[in-house]
Write a protein that binds this ligand. Structure first.
Ligand code: ADP
Ligand code: MG
Length: 637
């Protein structure tokens, strides 16, 4: 029978150290957090050999006396917790009193420190838990911690350390997380004696982000700052065109601490759904501030995960903040022949976007009055049969004749105080408002100046206020229809058409069960499906938009999809997919010739629907090329 023993103290400490100190970067994190907790205004970090041979963190914080130094390296010794109650509203980054003791048990640790009120400082040296010296020493106010030869006495751990370059990468990640979370503190990072970062105190989070990411990215970030139900949410999101292939560019901070949170990641993904390719990940920096009692940070050894009192509130706040921010932004990527797609040129700040947005909704309002648009028109029969299509084209003039685009531009004219819409090629940036002198707002840069032409029965090319845009007719029509479906669903259900002869479809046993689970959903989109015998269903009615198409095929696809993932998904997600599938089937295809009216109506709709920059699957609908880009390409400047 195996014998049970109480472990010797040193072994217990090594086990505990293993939880907190995994690699040099963990030491850097703990030491930097201590410096932040000490109220430092400047923190300097230096590492050698990826931190394996030396880690040095110096701060100008509150410092420690000689006695405190002795206590600081003892396990379970902390100044940050007094009683049990404190554990449930932690305001500091540390609180376990474990870090320094752990470091002291697996490395050579030396600390120098002086509190502001003392003339002399003190030193302590700890090696493999042995205190070798604890004496007076001259030093400036603050603390310097040096950690040498990490894991020198734990060969098994030392073996796991990677190449210095890899370890340094982790150190840099930790450094960035703490520096991003505390923009008002100055930070300095040196690697093998070479200065990597010298960050002076920043007056905004955006400025600090600029210290780590490219200027273009930092300047192009869409920003929000809101507070609701005790949760303050500051956020910075890059436009969808800047999405990355990994989630490394999504950082969440809670009360000054970097955290990982599945719930928040999900909200971020949802908010960008339909704006980016599903395999890419948005760039988002979120800073949350919440009362320390509303969250438990004591659930993970390195405190990287937390438990929320109200996780749903956090999810819904993040989702709605991001959605609103994306909605009011100009998201059409600029086309550059040199660098492929790139984010819209920086400079258009939030106020610019806001004015643009209010302008657009103004135009949309006026346009609605001039040319009543029935969202239903899009549901009319035969959208895809080119003969009948114009009868049902979204936004087609019901007054008989007259291009919508003309009417739309007419509706805009009152804002333009008299100037002609054509711009002066020498001054591509000047909006109409400048030409007119009096008007308050400039034309949006992508305002279409005249009717588009169709290329290869697939693309629409159009002169705009600041250049030109190229539209993928299928992608844009898909988005327009999708938004109309959504609007329709929000206020009832989709228009449905009964089939003269029901269509039957063979299904599996488990697919039959879907009828009960999703009956209500089917009804909302205008699908009427009933059990038909033991292994079939009968389709009695379909959404009007689908009645021309392959009804059986569409329903079969739907059943397959629901069977695979439907049970675990929120209804909203399924509905979204369903509507985007219908929009895709009902939209004009590449290769369909369009009439002048149809082209104009489609262009006019571009500014009346949300997210018109991308189709519901996230592919772009529109590319832009500015006059400036053209001038650059033709070497005119
Ligand atoms: P914790 O941070 O969880 O309290 P640590 O082992 O990291 O545990 O630190 C123990 C104590 O040492 C802290 O509570 C703090 O009082 C003191 N201390 C550590 N680092 C510093 C520092 N850089 N400046 C001032 N005091 C410090
Ligand atoms: Mg600590």
């Amino acid at each position: 029978m195996p014998q049970i023993r109480v472990l010797p103290d040193i072994l217990v400490k090594k086990i505990a150290a293993g939880e907190v100190i995994e690699r040099p970067a963990s030491v850097v994190k703990e030491l930097m957090e201590n410096a932040v907790d000490a109220g430092a205004t400047r923190i300097e970090v230096a590492v050698e050999q990826g931190g394996g041979s030396l880690i040095r963190v110096a701060d100008d914080g509150c410092g420690m006396s000689a006695d405190d130094l002795r206590l600081a390296v003892t396990s379970h010794a902390t100044s940050k917790l007094v009683n049990e109650d404190d554990l449930f509203h932690i305001e500091t980054l540390g609180f376990r009193g474990e870090a320094l003791a752990s470091v002291g048990s697996v490395a050579r640790l030396r600390m120098l420190s002086r509190p502001r009120n003392l003339d002399e400082g003190a030193e302590i040296v700890v090696e493999a838990e042995e205190v070798h010296a604890n004496r007076a020493a001259g030093c400036p106010v603050g603390t310097v911690v040096e950690v040498r030869d990490l894991f020198f006495n734990v060969p098994a751990r030392r073996k796991f350390l990677r190449a210095a370059g890899t370890e340094y990468g982790h150190v840099h990640t930790q450094f960035a997380r703490i520096a991003l979370a505390h923009p008002h503190i100055a930070f300095d990072l040196k690697n093998n004696g070479r200065s990597v970062h010298q960050l002076s105190p920043a007056d905004s989070r955006r400025a600090r982000l600029g210290g780590f990411y490219s200027r273009e990215l930092a300047e192009g970030l869409l920003e929000f700052d809101r507070e609701e139900a005790g949760l303050r949410l500051e956020g910075y999101a890059a436009p969808p065109a800047d999405a990355r292939s990994s989630t490394n560019w999504q950082l969440t901070f809670l009360n000054g601490r970097y955290i990982r949170d599945k719930n928040i990641q999900h909200a971020i993904r949802e908010s960008f759904r339909g704006l980016i390719d599903p395999h890419r990940h948005p760039v988002v920096f979120l800073f949350l501030t919440i009362d320390s009692q509303a969250v438990d940070v004591n659930v993970h050894p390195t405190k990287i995960e937390v438990r929320w009192q109200d996780a749903r509130l956090v999810h819904s706040q993040v989702l709605s903040a991001l959605r609103e921010t994306l909605q009011r932004a100009e998201l059409t990527p600029a086309l550059s022949t040199q660098r492929g797609f790139e984010p819209r040129p920086a400079g258009g700040g939030v106020s610019d976007m806001e004015s643009r947005r209010s302008l657009m909704s103004g135009i949309a309002e006026e346009f609605k009055q001039t040319q009543p648009i029935q969202p239903d028109l899009a549901f009319g029969p035969g959208i895809r049969g080119s003969g009948e299509r114009s009868a049902s084209w979204p936004g087609r003039s019901t007054g008989g004749g007259g291009a919508n685009l003309e009417a739309w531009r007419e509706a805009y004219r009152p804002v333009d105080s008299g100037g002609d819409v054509a711009h002066d090629s020498g001054d591509a940036d000047a909006g109409i408002a400048d030409a007119g002198g009096e008007a308050a707002v400039a034309l949006p840069s992508d305002f279409p100046l005249r009717g588009a032409i169709q290329l290869h029965n697939t693309y629409l090319v159009c002169e705009t206020n600041d250049g030109m845009m190229i539209i993928d007719q299928h992608a844009l029509h898909e988005r327009v229809l999708f938004e109309q479906f959504k609007q329709r669903i929000a206020s009832g259900k989709l228009e449905s058409q009964r089939l003269l002869l029901p269509e039957s479809l063979h299904v599996s046993e488990s697919q039959l069960a879907l009828l009960d689970t999703f009956g209500e959903l089917f009804e909302r989109v205008g699908l009427e499906i009933a059990r038909f015998g033991a292994d079939s269903v009968a389709i009695h009615a379909v959404p009007t938009v689908l009645k021309e198409g392959d009804v059986v095929g569409a329903v079969r696809d739907l059943f397959d999809r629901l069977e695979q993932t439907g049970q675990d998904e929120p209804t909203e997600t399924i509905l979204y997919d369903l509507l985007s599938m219908m929009a895709c089937k009902a939209a004009v295809k590449a290769g369909d010739a369009l009439t002048r009216e149809e082209i104009d109506a489609l262009i006019a709709h571009r500014d009346m629907v949300e997210k018109s920059s991308n189709c519901p699957h996230g592919r772009p609908t529109t590319l832009r090329l500015t006059v400036k880009d053209l001038e650059r390409q033709f070497k005119r400047t």
